[in-house]
Design a binder for this molecule. Structure first.
Ligand code: ATP
Ligand code: MG
Length: 331
């Protein structure tokens, strides 16, 4: 038995991971993987809340996200990477949580509301409306102490904490109330400078992009529209490229800021420097990724072993949950 505290996080397998995922959550997972016992959940059931009509992509996206994790530096001998749909106890626990969670609370959850709007749902399905309950089960079945996530997850974590308190109060105190750990950049803006970087808005730099793709995307990013000539004084505070320099190029950022304000650096040069920085961040990921793309069986083995390990923990917690609720009839 390890005495380490636990981490639970995960992502929906709905596409490739991007820099927003990295700075919002993934970097923290990599950093903390040795300090905590880490469970990383590929939330394929949650992906179905919006993609139920094309389940054929789930398998591809699940493997792809696993490769992204490994490329980003999650060590499969340390962190447990597992698949949500293959741990049925999670769904059982979510059913029990659903008995005392109010529909109105879910309807008023700001992240649920904005995502429903983004997907154009005028009438939410039962599964979509209830996904924060399922997420509370993901976290608590592993008795996670800490959940490293981006800012959109705050309302879900608050709900998870409420659910734990309610459960422990109604039955017996067997569940752990999780703390949230927001990433260094709670919400990375997309290349369009408008909304958060997101898989679905065509404004993302992916962890799997080539140097050329990164360069092209950065060159196309929105800058200060008032700046036409290199010598025009720039306004870094409204420039997306400068926003990225702040995050990904801390060593040069103050020099770039004063050069831009005084018209000493042009947008093209400024973008080239950013692209080089991003490439330096992603390069070691490419190296690690290669080992796995050349050996897809290895990824499969990692997912099978991780899911088995996680399933064992889930079984144990569910045993305690059933006992706490007095529904273990044949004991
Ligand atoms: P989807 O559109 O399929 O929901 P997503 O990009 O929102 O995709 P999720 O799988 O829902 O990704 O989120 C995974 C994790 O990444 C969450 O912790 C979320 O807060 C974080 N995250 C996603 N996008 C960003 C971003 N632009 N900045 C910071 N964190 C982010
Ligand atoms: Mg999301």
């Amino acid at each position: 038995m390890t005495s380490k505290q636990r981490i639970l996080t995960g992502d929906r397998p709905t596409g490739k991971l991007h820099l927003g995922h990295y700075v919002g959550s993934l970097a923290n997972r990599v950093k903390l993987q040795h300090e905590y016992e880490s469970f990383i959940l590929i939330a394929d059931v949650q992906a179905l809340t919006t993609n139920f009509d094309n389940p054929e992509n789930l398998s591809r996206d699940t493997f792809q996200i696993a490769e992204d994790y490994l490329a980003a530096g999650l060590d499969p001998d340390t962190a447990t990477i597992c698949i949500q749909s293959m741990i049925p106890e999670i769904h059982e626990l979510a059913a029990y949580f659903g008995m005392f969670t109010s529909v109105n609370v879910l309807r008023h959850n700001p992240t649920v509301k904005s995502e429903a709007q983004q997907h154009g749902f005028s009438d939410m399905t039962y599964g979509f409306l209830g996904y924060p309950v399922s997420q509370a089960a993901d976290i608590t079945i592993f008795k996670a102490h800490l959940v490293p996530v981006g800012e959109d997850q705050i309302p879900h974590l608050e709900l998870a904490r409420k659910i734990v308190r309610r459960f422990n109060d109604l039955y017996q105190p067997v569940l752990v109330e999780p703390d949230i750990l927001i990433g260094e950049v709670p919400r990375l803006v997309g290349l369009d400078g408008k909304t958060k970087m997101s898989k679905s808005l065509n404004n993302a730099i992916y962890l799997s992009d080539s140097s050329e793709e990164i360069r092209k995307k950065v060159m196309g990013a929105v800058t200060d529209p008032a700046r036409i000539h290199k010598s025009d004084p720039g306004h870094p505070e409204i420039c997306t490229v400068f926003e990225y320099h702040k995050i990904f190029n801390p060593g040069e950022v103050s020099q770039i800021e004063s050069d831009c304000r005084q018209g000493r650096i042009g947008c093209v040069d400024c973008k080239k420097r950013l692209a080089a920085c991003l490439d330096t961040l992603v390069e070691p990921m490419r190296e690690r990724r290669r080992q796995y793309t050349e050996n897809p069986d290895r990824v499969r083995e990692i997912l099978i072993a991780g899911t088995e390990r996680a399933h064992e923990v889930a079984r144990q917690t569910m045993g305690e949950v059933r006992e706490a609720m007095g529904i273990d009839y044949f004991k």
